[in-house]
Write a protein that binds this ligand. Structure first.
Ligand code: FES
Length: 144
């Protein structure tokens, strides 16, 4: 087998294919954030509400779940009393965590603290957690 010399037109064709592939890859990478911005956020139900089986939430318990591209939380602090909030801290948008002792939400970013009712207890958050409507439908909690 013998090496044949590559003509300049073959080289040009090869380089144009490589450059077109690189250009397509760069266009995709540049356009991806725009595409993500323009597509609707994932919703669990037709109306955007999230359905959660109430048996998954014991009295005194909290349950974090995905909600409209973010995180939300539902609590049952007394039997049959359900409250839900966006779990996004109102300071700079970190996801809060639940501390069972002393029953409060704590933001891991700057130490913001919220009560089980979503009120600011301390730290830099300027506003309470954003409440979400909760509807009981049979054994399902419909949130949002
Ligand atoms: S982002 Fe929560 S306290 Fe700053």
């Amino acid at each position: 087998m013998e090496n044949q010399p590559v003509s300049s037109s073959q080289r040009r064709f090869f380089l144009s294919v490589v450059l077109a592939a690189i250009g397509a890859a760069l266009a995709f990478l540049a356009g991806w954030p725009l595409l993500r911005f323009l597509t609707p956020l994932q919703q669990d139900g037709d109306d955007g509400r999230v359905a959660i089986d109430r048996k998954r939430l014991e009295v005194g318990g909290v349950l974090f779940f995905s909600y409209r591209g973010g995180t939300a939380v539902v609590l049952q602090m007394a039997p049959g009393e359900f409250t839900a909030f966006s779990a996004i801290c109102t300071h700079l948008g970190c996801v809060v965590q639940w501390k069972s002792q002393p029953q409060e939400f704590v933001c891991p970013c700057h130490g913001g603290r919220f009560s089980p009712a979503g009120a600011v207890l301390g730290g830099p958050p300027p506003k309470p957690l954003v409440p979400l409507p909760v509807t009981l439908s049979g054994e399902q909690l419909l949130i949002g």
